[in-house]
Write a protein that binds this ligand. Structure first.
Ligand SMILES: Nc1ncnc2c1ncn2[C@@H]1O[C@H](COP(=O)(O)OP(=O)(O)OP(=O)(O)O)[C@@H](O)[C@H]1O
Length: 258
């Protein structure tokens, strides 16, 4: 193959991939907040299948609120949010959480900040609780094996109540549970937060190693250096707006903090 043929073949390959990429999330003109406060301002975001995207921004600039808005959990919202082509946004006035079950059925898995876990349940019970659709329940054994492949430290802890685990192990359980279902969009909120740097990095490494298949993942992080060069795109978030690729200033700031 000569250079021109190679180039053409590469282009065709890229085009081929492009054609088969499905739009998992399409957010258009989204504003959202709580009571009189508007946190998200007229925001647009498209995420395609197979993509891993980082959203970086400092504390309080609206990363979690964006995730909550997609999950239908903010006080109010306006604008369009399409999940796998299904409109799950629009104006909502009947209270946060009212449509969240439908959004989850449309393919969303929200892995919230901190560890949403039940201290008395074992690791295995937590993972099983993530397999809440009939299909994922049938396949729960294989699904658990997949989680244990990305989080090997959990293997010997399956029968241990999570209240006895370390912070890093709990984070693995919390993320693992989110990955047990059949979601096509995973929103992972600050997976490294509160963990020792090495443990935080291990958790991020596991998320990077995960085979997404046709699904997509958006990871919110304050520490841009954990995601740099490892995700398909990094988008900066500043006072409720997305700023294209993360700005150099933001990166420098985060590097300085790390
Ligand atoms: N449930 C809520 N009710 C009222 N205000 C809220 C609520 N949750 C967040 N806020 C406010 O919305 C703004 C954005 O917070 P948000 O948590 O979305 O930011 P963030 O970028 O995710 O930062 P963090 O890393 O702290 O989560 C903040 O001013 C915060 O005080």
């Amino acid at each position: 193959m000569n250079v021109m043929q190679q180039d053409l073949s590469r282009k065709t390959h890229t085009l081929h991939n492009h054609v088969h990429r499905r739009e998992v999330l399409n957010v258009c003109g989204l504003s959202a907040g709580y009571g009189p406060m508007r946190v998200i301002h007229d925001l647009d975001l498209i995420v395609s299948s197979g993509e891993r995207i980082g959203i970086v921004g400092l504390n309080g600039h609206g990363k979690s609120t964006l995730f909550y808005a997609i999950a239908g959990l903010t006080g109010w919202q306006r604008g369009s949010i399409k999940l796998n082509g299904i409109e799950v946004g629009r104006t909502r006035s009947q209270g946060p959480g009212r449509y969240t079950h439908q959004i989850v059925r449309a393919g969303l898995a929200l892995i919230p900040q901190g560890d949403e876990i039940f201290h008395g349940l074992t690791v295995e019970e937590h993972l099983d609780s993530g397999a809440f659709t009939p299909r994922s329940w049938r396949e729960r054994k294989e699904r658990k094996e997949r989680i244990l492949q990305i989080f090997p430290p959990l293997k010997k802890l399956m029968a241990v109540p999570v209240g006895r685990l370390s912070g890093g192990e709990r984070r693995m359980v919390s993320i693992g549970r989110g990955l047990m279902g059949e979601a096509s969009l995973f929103l992972v909120d600050e997976p490294s937060l509160g963990l020792a740097p090495k443990i935080g990095k291990n958790v991020i490494d596991a998320l990077m190693a995960l085979d997404l298949g046709g699904s997509a993942m958006v990871i919110a992080e304050q520490n841009v250096s954990l995601l740099e060069g490892r995700v398909d795109r990094i988008i900066g978030m500043h006072v409720g707006k997305l700023k294209g690729e993360a700005s150099a200033a933001l990166m420098l700031h985060d590097h300085g903090e790390a």
